[in-house]
Design a protein around this ligand. Structure first.
Ligand SMILES: Cc1cc2nc3c(=O)[nH]c(=O)nc-3n(C[C@H](O)[C@H](O)[C@H](O)COP(=O)(O)OP(=O)(O)OC[C@H]3O[C@@H](n4cnc5c(N)ncnc54)[C@H](O)[C@@H]3O)c2cc1C
Length: 276
């Protein structure tokens, strides 16, 4: 096993380009270390540790966006007061991730590439219309996060590309909420996760643990856009059935997840949407 420690992004990209897919970047390592190779045969790998790359660390504000660097951690966002004011769902999601140790080490980019259907950071980013900025020796590519995943753990990222930033456009929000249902309040994996926003760009409803990837829910977004009047949470079930396809697993049944999603969404939105 080889561990490379580049000091610049340029050097890191050179390492990533050389070995065509067998080079794995490490950011906080909180996901990678859980799956760290334990058998000898699995150790024939090269890792590029990004942690020294100061260029990827700052969290920056511009006139029209918040830019998270490729190494911005949850804790960086929690302690940025402006993020709490303008993007409260990011802070709410960050506070849900593991415990403080994980929040201090885990990165938003790592959460995106790990691609867990139950991730907490990704739904909040997607509800804010985040764009993933990828870089390789071949150049820069930008992919909207809501089009980034192509299947379970599949995504529009080539093995030689690093996420160098996540750009979140600054918009005026009239509604925003984040909800996570787990078996307890702290340190749990979502059975159902939701991030919902309304801005001048329309509604965004993002569901976690309801499909092989975190995804937007276009049928529900249409209902909201049209100002549909609902009488109870069951009225959301047909749209939920069109948008998501949860699995039965050790945490919950698919039926339970659909019903919980309907109840949570209905309760969160009823006042704003004027439902009973
Ligand atoms: C105890 C514990 C509790 C946890 N709780 C939660 C939780 O509540 N909610 C939640 O969502 N997650 C949770 N996680 C998972 C994890 O902490 C997050 O997914 C975290 O954001 C991963 O970031 P990282 O920087 O540690 O990623 P790493 O482990 O370093 O990497 C993860 C993946 O991303 C790739 N990668 C990392 N950075 C880049 C980059 N810049 N460009 C390209 N590829 C990159 C790596 O190659 C790897 O495939 C938990 C993990 C642990 C160990």
């Amino acid at each position: 096993m080889k561990l490379l420690l580049p000091e610049t992004v340029r050097d890191a990209l050179a390492h990533m380009a050389g070995r065509d897919g067998v080079t794995t970047p490490i950011a906080g390592g909180t996901d990678l270390l859980v799956h760290w190779p334990v058998r000898l045969g699995e150790r024939d790998r090269t890792y590029v540790d990004l942690w020294q790359l100061q260029e990827l660390k700052p969290l920056r504000w511009t006139a029209d966006a918040l830019i998270l660097g490729g190494l911005t951690t949850y804790w960086d966002v929690i302690r940025d007061r402006r993020a709490g004011d303008e993007f409260p769902l990011l802070v709410a999601a960050a506070r849900q991730v593991g415990a403080i140790q994980i929040q201090a080490r885990g990165t938003w980019a790592g959460n995106i590439v790990n691609a867990s259907p139950a991730a907490d950071g990704v739904p909040a980013l997607m509800a804010y219309g985040a764009v993933v900025v990828l870089e390789s020796q071949r150049g820069t590519e930008e992919v909207p996060l809501d089009g980034f995943y192509t299947g379970y753990k599949d995504m529009r990222r080539r093995p030689d590309q690093l996420i160098v930033a996540v750009r979140i456009p600054r918009r005026r929000y009239s509604y925003q909420t984040f909800a996570k249902v787990g078996s307890r309040r702290a340190q749990s994996i979502a059975k159902v996760g939701l991030a919902v926003t309304q801005s001048d760009d329309g509604w965004r409803v993002v569901a976690a643990s309801m499909a092989p990837t975190i995804r937007r829910c276009p049928a529900i977004e249409r209902l909201l856009q049209q100002g549909a009047v609902l009488r109870d949470s069951d009225d959301l079930l047909p749209a939920i059935a069109r948008d998501v396809s949860p699995i039965d697993d050790v945490r919950s049944t698919a039926e339970y997840r659909r019903r919980v999603m309907a109840r949570v969404l209905y309760d969160e939105l009823r006042e704003t949407c004027g439902w009973r």
